[in-house]
Design a protein. Structure first.
Length: 94
């Protein structure tokens, strides 16, 4: 009986995080659907994906390149942040 209980607990430890993640994703998509005011399930997910894509397009614009360059310079001047930021930036460029 003890071995069966161990198997159950191990199975629970493996499936619970996946189930909880799925549940929170479902709740978040339904919440965005409610914000949009639609009855079509998943339209919120499409809206979030479109929004992220638009933000990426905006970040690629010439106007925001100057802001990003200014932020790069500012972060590179901060003493403790500089070490972490420059390391992450170098690893991103590879």
């Amino acid at each position: 009986m003890g071995r069966l209980a161990n198997y159950f607990l191990r199975g629970l430890l493996i499936t619970a995080p996946a189930a909880i993640t799925f549940y929170f994703c479902w709740v978040a998509i339904r919440w965005v659907d409610g914000l949009i005011g639609t009855t079509i399930p998943g339209l919120g997910l499409a809206a979030v994906l479109a929004g992220v894509t638009l933000i990426g397009a905006f970040a690629s614009n010439f106007v925001t390149r100057g802001l990003i360059a200014t932020a790069d310079i500012a972060l590179a001047k901060l003493p403790f942040v500089r070490l972490l930021y420059t390391s992450l930036k170098r690893s991103e460029e590879r």
